[in-house]
Write a protein that binds this ligand. Structure first.
Ligand code: NDP
Length: 245
């Protein structure tokens, strides 16, 4: 029986790269998107061609009812859940902390923190029943760096994810569930354009010890390694994928 992996935010960037690689590594995939069905369909097609069974689900992770529906759909389609890549996330326009509205802060934490925690809750309840599972929370180097003058709110949301990774992993380690984080650095995806600064990654590449941005595929390789049995004694830690930054 093939293992089933749920990936939130699989329609673009890092989530899409994880989906393509997970398909090559033998997973069947529940792929979620929020606003870009075409992106999700393209990713599902590539995963199908690599031999995966795929199912696409629309889900805004800031909506608890949508999360519940997403798990119900995953259950009825696949009947099992072996792995979660908790990836969906947003940034916002560069701003100073004093300029951030309550609406902006609420959306940032609804999506990046509460959404991620609620998706993990759904996964844990299924994995506890099965007595095994693996969860990868996508954090960010911003959690360490703080992102002053750009998006401290985003950085703080990812720091919350790092603490959540450690705490949840301790809670479920005895139930056969491993929980890890992956903290990417400057990765070449559309997230920078969505934050209003398409050249951000290339412009800041000189600050990376390796002197370049990373690719979504490079992040996906770290994620899939942590999910594999090669990483069977790793839980509770967050791996930097940052070119040394
Ligand atoms: P992209 O913007 O390329 O992709 C983001 C994905 O998240 C899309 O599939 C998008 O879906 C989905 N998404 C956005 N909002 C929601 C929502 N409310 N509910 C559900 N899904 C949503 O970003 P990246 O691939 O770059 O980022 C992926 C993760 O990696 C994020 O958590 C991000 O914070 C993190 N990260 C990225 C870095 C980078 O430099 N790129 C660096 C460090 C961390 P749709 O398009 O369908 O709306």
């Amino acid at each position: 029986m093939k293992h089933v992996c749920l990936i939130t935010g699989a329609s673009a960037g890092i989530g899409a790269a994880c989906a393509r690689l997970a398909a090559q590594r033998g997973y069947d995939l529940a792929l979620t998107y929020n606003s870009d069905p075409k992106g999700a369909e393209d990713v599902a097609r590539a995963a199908d061609e690599a031999g995966a069974k795929t199912h696409i689900i629309q889900c805004d992770v800031a909506d608890p009812a949508a999360i519940e529906a997403m798990f119900a759909e995953t259950d009825s389609h696949f009947g099992r859940l072996d792995a979660l890549i908790n990836n969906a996330g947003i940034v916002d326009q560069a701003a100073r902390v004093t300029q951030m509205s309550h609406a902006r802060l609420a959306r940032m934490f609804d999506v990046n923190v509460i959404g991620a925690i609620q998706v993990a809750q759904g996964a844990v309840s299924r994995m506890e029943t099965a007595g095994k599972g693996v969860i990868i929370n996508i954090s960010s180097a911003a959690a360490r760096l703080g992102s002053a003058g750009q998006y401290v709110d985003y950085a703080a949301s990812k720091a919350a994810i790092d603490t959540f990774t450690k705490g949840l992993s301790d809670e479920v380690a005895g139930k056969g569930i491993r929980v890890m984080g992956v903290a990417p650095g400057l990765i070449d995806t559309d997230i920078h354009a969505k934050g209003g600064d398409p050249d951000r990654a290339a412009r800041l590449a000189h600050m990376v010890p390796m002197g370049r941005t990373g690719s979504a595929d490079e992040v996906a390789k770290a994620v899939l390694w942590l999910m594999s049995d090669e990483a069977s004694y790793i839980t509770g830690s967050t791996l930097n994928v940052t070119g040394g930054r």
